[in-house]
Design a protein around this ligand. Structure first.
Ligand code: CMC
Length: 428
């Protein structure tokens, strides 16, 4: 597999070290540095800026070209012609399903949407005003307590049923965390509804009145799920892999992923974008420029939320689809002139013409518009990251499954130690 070699010379070492260089099917070549350990040398790469932590065949991103492929298929084509359940199949199994495989997969998911009745008791332990992400983290981790019989992670069938359970139950638990928050009774899943439709039903229906899911919202929600489904080795997926590398059960691993996603630099950004748009308040030129200046000011912690990405240095292809979907939904709701959308568009325009953002290749990311669309659909801000977590579950579990299907080692980075050298405890 090594096509070429890299040669490393290190001051103080008497011979050069030869390291294999591998080429993937696309993307930059990688230097295999594992043999360095034998030479008493580690690599140093805080934030994994230049480190490939694994091999993967699931998702490919070309940050320069703004390209995102799932199993080779471009995200814009998938968003246009596929749906979330089909994408889940593709990510998990590697190929698009035929009709029979699709029907079977969808029915397996729908048959696992309900949670065990005792899960309801977990919720009572949370304060009513608990952030739904904290509830999600806790309850998903707690699922492990219910499935002892099918948690042999060395068995492909057990891994598959865990994946199905997680994909199926995440919307149910997410909607329950919202219902608990607003003090409404939990709604049972309806298996005659599609995945996104059912989620909206569990979020917004009450026992008191008939609730018809708006098909425009269902389609938009399905697309939001698709756009967030996977993004190769992002922070939360790497967290899931890291936890999984210890042999931890899938529910614990996904719970770890949810925790990592919660941060404002990752999945929490969609919530932060709305807070920022609220703070900006109006779309006057002067006002927006003030916030752009704040974002550029090194002495100010303020960042333009929904802008920038570790990998995308051109544009985020998900943001493009999200922007179009936002326009469609707001137009259909007769709210094309939504004040927050106006601020967002103006902010984007000004930032994209500003030297600071151009130089640093900072473009709107997927979260820049997702908050606006979610808000228009009546989703409260504190549920935005929860929805991201529901969508990303397939990515997390597909990566976890891929890792366990192959040979892997416990993920255990090393460090550049900068503390005290050995010293003796003072004798009294
Ligand atoms: N506003 C203002 N300046 C920024 C921003 C921003 N949103 N993002 C990056 N910069 C600046 C940063 O200060 C640095 O400037 P300098 O070179 O002068 O020190 C330069 O751009 C490079 O940024 P970085 O922080 O080194 O880049 P990173 O790859 O470590 O961070 C990021 C990527 C996404 C964490 C960061 O761009 C950010 O915090 N953005 C806002 C939060 C956000 O929208 N996150 C969602 C990411 S997409 C959804 C997901 O996948 O989770």
């Amino acid at each position: 597999m090594a096509d070429r070699k890299a040669t490393l010379t290190v001051d103080g070492l008497d011979k050069a070290i030869e390291l294999p260089v591998y080429s993937g099917s696309m993307g930059p070549d990688v230097v295999d540095v594992r043999d360095l350990v034998g030479q008493g040398i580690f690599t140093y790469d805080p934030g994994f800026m230049a480190t490939s932590s694994c091999q993967s065949a699931i998702t490919y991103i070309d940050g320069e070209q703004g390209m995102l492929l799932h199993r080779g298929y471009p995200i814009d084509q998938l968003a246009e012609s596929s749906n979330y359940v089909e994408l889940c199949y593709l990510l998990l199994f590697g190929e698009l399903p035929n009709d029979e495989q699709y029907t079977d997969f969808e029915s397996r998911i729908t048959n696992h949407t309900m949670v065990h009745d005792q899960i309801n008791n977990f919720f009572k332990g949370f304060r009513r005003d608990a952030h739904p992400m904290s509830i999600l983290c806790g309850v998903v981790g707690g699922l492990a307590a219910f499935y002892h019989d099918h948690m042999d992670i060395t068995q492909p069938e057990d891994r598959e049923i865990s994946a199905i359970r997680l994909i199926a139950k995440m919307p149910t638990i997410a909607a329950m965390s919202y219902k608990y928050n607003v003090g409404q009774p939990f709604r049972c899943p309806r298996n005659d509804l599609g995945y996104a439709e059912n989620f909206l039903h569990m979020m917004f229906s009450t026992p008191c009145e008939r609730y018809e899911v708006n098909p425009v919202f269902a389609k938009a929600m399905d697309r939001i799920f698709m756009l967030h489904a996977d993004h190769e080795q992002n922070a939360s997926t790497s967290t899931v892999r890291l936890a999984g590398s210890t042999g931890a059960n899938p529910f614990a691993c996904i719970s770890a992923g949810i925790a990592a996603l919660w941060g404002p630099a990752h999945g929490g950004a969609n919530e932060a974008v709305l807070a920022m748009l609220d703070e900006i308040g109006d779309d006057s030129e002067e006002n927006i420029q003030r916030f752009i200046n704040k974002a550029k000011d090194k002495d100010d912690n303020f960042k333009l939320m929904g802008f920038g990405h570790r990998v995308y240095r051109n544009f985020d292809p998900r943001a493009k689809v999200m922007k179009e979907t936002t326009d469609e939904v707001l137009a259909q709701l007769g709210r094309a002139d939504d004040p927050q959308l106006r601020i967002a568009k103006r902010l984007e325009q000004i930032a994209l013409e500003d030297e600071y953002f151009i130089e640093r290749q900072l473009y709107p990311n997927v979260d820049f518009y997702s908050g606006i669309i979610l808000k228009a659909m009546g989703i409260p801000t504190n549920m935005f990251t929860v929805i991201f977590a529901v969508a990303r579950t397939i990515g997390w579990i597909s990566h976890w499954n891929e890792m366990l299907s192959d040979s892997y080692k416990i993920n255990r980075p090393r460090q550049l130690y900068t503390g005290h050298t050995k010293r003796d405890y003072p004798t009294k």
